[in-house]
Design a protein around this ligand. Structure first.
Ligand code: GLY
Length: 405
């Protein structure tokens, strides 16, 4: 067994965008930081569409989460400006807005209710007739019956975001251990680091568990602090808009078709991302014919011209879902161990606020007021809940996983 010569103030287990932003922000506060992950930046960001949809992804019963979502959305412009400066890379942040549309009278009634909820929640959105929707987006189907325009729901390219965060971390002095974490180290009743797959022992004063839906599977974590996160599969497609078809769409277009969410996210570089299924399939990340068919069928009902575009990529990832769909942020009952996980559909959106919250916790020991509703202790009495480990052969151990967002 090899012992690392130098420990760090903070060890982040998991190098997805949540782990990376935590590391970058902690390093920015003068802490020495290490990240352990076989492929930093290579997980969630490789699948996610990158919608920053605080308004159009509002759900009943998630008003507590709304405050954090809105706070993070508001930070995005300054966050990407700082990150792009620090990394010398672009993130694909695009202030394009979103149009949520209805295809039939049921959809329209659902959207009207969403509009009322948005208004009660103080969010800005505007009701448009079908004709007004098509005036904004001429590729929409003639049958579109109405829509909600949310000019504040933007997008970022999660692949570029992840790449920029890796570079920003490197430039800030974060040390990367490109290996799988075998288990948490606990000494004297507190988290003290981690053991890598090759036996290397890393020591740290504080450990942040940020391994997405695999956060509940790290060996060595005491049962009572294992986060109750489960994987929710999402299949996502990528298409290319040839220059002759541009601009195919000028903003994100989304709808609920037959009860399933479908969204089309147009990048400035001509990529069109279509997502996403939502499936309780455990650790399965197979792209299925049925998943691809349903996404294309629903997207085609919204924007018939989509069938002309080259299909360039299909992929599936896992959202880390918690019992209340909100993240778990901050200290656990095990001294020295913090969580930054459970972001479910909102990992990309919540990246800026998560970085700020975690840096605050790591430097002061306290959760800032905006994050107190998301303390892991809110699940203290529920035990492992749905995060019960899958002990079947072949079940994955902690490593980055992919997560649409
Ligand atoms: N936020 C979009 C999704 O999770 O599919």
């Amino acid at each position: 067994m090899r012992i690392s010569e130098n420990g760090s103030d903070v060890l982040v287990v998991g190098g997805g965008i949540i782990g990376l932003v935590t590391a970058w922000r902690a390093a920015g506060r003068g802490m020495s930081v290490a990240v352990a992950d076989p492929e930093p930046g290579g997980g969630a960001a490789q699948v996610a569409a990158g919608m920053l949809a605080a308004v159009t992804e509002l759900h009943y019963g998630e008003q507590m989460l709304l405050g954090l979502n809105v706070a993070s959305a508001a930070r995005y412009p300054a966050f990407v400006a700082e990150l792009e400066e620090a990394s010398g890379q672009e993130t694909g942040f695009r202030t394009c807005g979103t149009l949520a549309v209805a295809l039939d009278s049921d959809d329209r009634a659902h959207l009207r209710e969403l509009h009322a909820l948005q208004q009660r929640s103080g969010l800005e959105s505007e009701w448009l007739s079908g004709r007004e929707c098509r005036r904004l987006e001429p590729m929409l189907a003639p049958g579109v019956r109405g829509g909600l325009r949310a000019d504040g729901d933007h997008q970022v390219d999660p692949r570029r975001l992840a790449s920029a965060l890796v570079t920003a971390c490197e430039r800030a002095g974060v040390v990367f251990h490109r290996a799988r974490v075998e288990r948490l180290r606990v000494t004297g009743g507190r988290a003290a680091g981690a053991v890598l797959e090759d036996g290397t022992e890393l020591s740290a004063d504080q450990v942040v568990l940020a391994a997405g839906s695999l956060s509940g599977r790290l060996a060595g974590v005491p049962e009572e602090v294992v986060p109750p996160v489960r994987p929710v599969k999402g299949q996502v497609l990528r298409l290319a808009v040839p220059p002759a078809y541009a601009p195919f769409l000028s903003r994100t277009v989304r709808a609920v078709v037959r009860g399933s969410h479908v969204y089309l996210v147009p990048r400035a570089n001509g990529e069109l991302v279509v997502g996403a299924t939502s499936e309780e399939m455990g650790w399965d990340t197979t792209v299925t014919a049925g998943g691809v068919y349903e996404l294309l069928r629903d997207a085609h009902e919204l924007v018939p011209g989509i069938t002309e575009l080259p299909l360039t990529e299909t992929r599936a990832g896992l959202r880390p879902a918690s019992p209340d769909n909100a993240p778990l942020l901050g200290p656990t009952a095990l001294p020295g161990l913090h969580l930054a996980t459970g972001h479910h559909r909102n990992g990309v959106l919540l990246t800026p606020v998560t970085g700020d919250v975690m840096a605050h916790v790591l430097t002061t020991g306290e959760l800032p007021a905006e994050a107190r509703p998301f303390a892991p202790s809110r699940f203290a009495s529920s035990g492992r809940g749905p995060a019960s480990p899958d002990l079947s052969p072949g079940a994955p151990s902690p490593a980055p996983q992919e997560q649409p967002a």
